[in-house]
Design a protein around this ligand. Structure first.
Ligand code: NAP
Length: 243
């Protein structure tokens, strides 16, 4: 099968590493982003410069029309879409639950649940037999993130339930749905949480003694999308250094 894969949040961090890894493995990739146009174009330029096929598409995953346009553009530019890396996500300032701002709660739910569900729904409408979805969850979904961001952890637990339910619904259609649950990975998301050094500090407490790299998560995503994982569906693969 020719792989044409949509990667939401492909401009930076785990999404950008996944775009590079999948393109190196022969996927044609749509690199979706919200604001970081230059970063997304740089990811695309690196791929096309190495002989691959990629396109950058601006799409706020929490906006239904953007999601529909993202998949339509990917198909028009690269061919029929066969896979989704449902990766775009956000968090908000670290703090105790009592101090959670309602606007932060709504934004996290809007992006991490509504947006991810809209992308999965659009993929469900277009993926062929043999297609696959990987939802990017978090180890937080089972750890709960007390004192940091319980609402974020809960949003990822919702995504895990989507993975389980959708894998069962789409199994008969020959479409696999899996998740990855990264631990503490060295990306810019920690700056959003108001603690840019969090990856170094908290990562040191993982059994493997360090934060993970985006490329280490990309490797798991690439396997789950590949024919090598042909009997794997409904699973959430932890890439969390033992956390
Ligand atoms: P990151 O470096 O902050 O990158 C986030 C990406 O998501 C960016 O490409 C951003 O686009 C995009 N994005 C955010 N909100 C969006 C929206 N509403 N619509 C479209 N795109 C949006 O984050 P990351 O650490 O790579 O995280 C990627 C995923 O892994 C997230 O789902 C996150 O929850 C999960 N995760 C991360 C860690 C970690 O420690 N880093 C751990 C567990 C799980 P722009 O560049 O245009 O802003």
């Amino acid at each position: 099968m020719d792989h044409v894969t949509v990667i939401t949040g492909g401009s930076r961090g785990i999404g950008a590493a996944t775009a590079a890894r999948l393109a190196a493995g022969g996927h044609r990739v749509a690199v979706a982003y919200q604001h970081a146009a230059a970063a997304a174009e740089a990811v695309v330029a690196a791929i096309t410069g190495a002989g691959g096929a990629a396109v950058a598409v601006r799409a706020d995953t929490a906006v239904e029309d953007d999601v529909v346009r993202l998949f339509a553009t990917a198909a028009a530019e690269l061919g029929a879409v066969t896979g989704l890396v449902n990766n775009a996500g956000t968090t908000s300032t670290i703090g105790p639950f009592a101090e959670l701002a309602t606007a932060d709660l709504r934004r996290v739910v809007d992006v991490n649940i509504v947006g991810a569900f809209l992308c999965a729904r659009e993929a469900t409408r277009v993926l062929p037999r043999g297609g696959a979805i990987v939802n990017v969850s978090s180890a937080a979904a089972t750890l709960g993130s007390p004192g940091e961001y319980i609402h974020y952890a809960a949003s990822k637990a919702a995504l895990d339930t989507l993975t389980i339910g959708l894998s069962k619904e789409l199994g008969p259609a020959g479409i696999r749905v899996n998740g990855v649950a990264p631990g503490i990975i060295r990306t810019e998301i920690h700056a959003v949480s108001g603690d840019p050094d969090r990856a170094e500090r908290a990562g040191a407490g993982a059994p493997l003694g360090r934060p993970g790299e985006p490329a280490e998560v990309a490797e798991a995503i690439a396997w789950l999308l590949s024919p090598a994982a042909s009997y794997t569906t409904g699973t959430i693969l932890r890439v969390a250094g033992g956390r």
